[in-house]
Ligand binder design. Structure first.
Ligand SMILES: [Zn+2]
Length: 399
């Protein structure tokens, strides 16, 4: 089955017909359908499917001698942000299966296992922590904290795992699995306009994090409560959003408030609470830290001016990830020289780079749009990505 045929199979899954955006949250129906698709395509190719204790999926192409160690891992994720694009995540998985097909058509016989991974909850759209599956695998989040994470309906990650046949008490780092992997190469759509060639390789992931800001005031009637008597958490929230923008401008970072929850959410009621999520990223750790410190100071000042309390909690933070130059240079050499560029987006490969040699291939995104329906890569570039990934896997798994 060709890349295009596989791509077309996944395309309708979890797509909103009106906006064209995807909603494939971890362990919800559309994502489960994508996971079933993954297992089916692995089985069709005779690959061994393994689901680890954290819910990550792996499909293994074992060499003729049945060797299981020294594996070359590729793949990406199947989940999406709310209203996301089609390519972020699935491109790396469809390309991996297509690359395996290309290698087999060439008659290649790998000396090492080649694995295709589908990491769970990469976007953190359901439980709040990005790259949750790879973080658990790598020991970059404690099992206790992961178990207690809640989705928007108040359901814990532990409960959702149990519902899908996973034992929440067994989640956490998997040193045995990691010991079987010699390196990871994740293919991903580029998420800005920086890549002008069809294919590129990653140098680094800039530092990024998420913070939750809870403003608590007093719910009351929108008509009968005098302005002087109000403790309205919406007001310091609004000031905080503007402060995030100016702090980002001051420190040369980016800061975004893209999610907010208002309680109780009535048109004619002063809110009792507002919870906002801040996403902050920048070229260096210090700039991101200073941005967040300024946002927190502004939130505290505005909250106190309005008789509102405020708490700021870090939900996740990933410092600068520099991909090792040895693997990256090898990948670039195999591809005959491709541009090397940093990215402002977090990835599972960035988390796992702490445990094993990791590299990333990017496929050009002509619109530069990502996490939105306009995210796009041309088919010709996707096919170049498949060919590049096949070349890289062939080289890495050769001996
Ligand atoms: Zn992604």
């Amino acid at each position: 089955m060709s890349f295009e045929e596989m791509w077309d199979e996944l395309l309708p899954v979890g797509r909103d017909s009106a906006s064209g955006g995807y909603r494939r949250f971890a362990f919800t129906a559309p994502e489960l359908e994508c996971r079933a698709w993954f297992a089916e395509h692995a089985h069709r190719r005779g690959l061994d499917v393994e689901r680890d204790a954290n819910g990550n999926l792996f499909a293994w192409w074992l060499p003729p001698d049945g060797r299981r160690d020294g594996a070359v891992l590729t793949g990406s994720h199947l989940d999406s942000v709310p209203g996301g694009g089609a390519f972020d995540g699935p491109l790396g998985i469809v390309s991996a299966f297509a690359a395996i097909d290309a290698l087999r058509e060439r008659g290649a016989v790998p000396a090492r296992p080649i694995g295709v991974a589908a990491f769970v909850e990469e976007e953190g759209a359901r439980f709040g922590v990005a790259c949750l599956g790879s973080r658990l695998l790598a020991g970059a989040i404690t099992p206790e904290r992961a178990r207690a994470l809640r989705d928007g309906d108040g359901r814990t990650f532990a409960a959702v795992l149990a519902e899908h046949g996973l034992d929440p008490d067994r989640i956490g780092p998997d040193d045995d699995l990691l010991a079987r992997v010699s390196c990871l190469v994740e293919l991903h759509i580029e998420q800005g306009r920086a890549l002008t060639a069809p294919i590129g390789a990653a140098s680094a992931i800039i530092p990024h994090g998420r913070w939750r800001i809870d403003f608590a005031g007093e719910g009351n009637h929108a008509g009968t409560t005098a302005l002087a008597d109000r403790r309205d958490p919406m007001l310091p929230f609004a000031r905080t959003v503007l402060a995030a923008r100016s702090a980002a401008e001051r420190h040369g970072t980016v800061a975004t408030v893209g999610k907010v929850a208002v309680e109780p959410g009535g048109v004619n009621a002063i809110p009792s609470a507002v919870t906002a999520w801040l996403d902050g990223r920048g070229p260096v750790d210090d700039a991101v830290r200073r941005t967040v410190a300024d946002v927190e100071a502004a939130a505290r000042a505005a909250a106190s001016a309005h008789g509102v309390t405020v708490e700021l909690a870090e939900e996740s933070y990933t410092p600068t990830v520099r991909f090792g130059t040895e693997l990256r240079d090898r990948v670039v050499r195999v591809l005959g020289g491709v541009p090397v560029l940093p990215t402002g987006a977090g990835h599972d490969a960035g988390i796992l780079a702490a445990c094993l040699p990791a590299a990333m291939l990017f496929v050009r995104n002509p619109t530069g749009v990502s996490h939105a329906p306009a995210e796009h890569a041309d088919t010709a570039d996707c096919l170049s990505g498949v060919a590049a990934l096949a070349d890289v896997l062939a080289d890495l798994a050769a001996a």
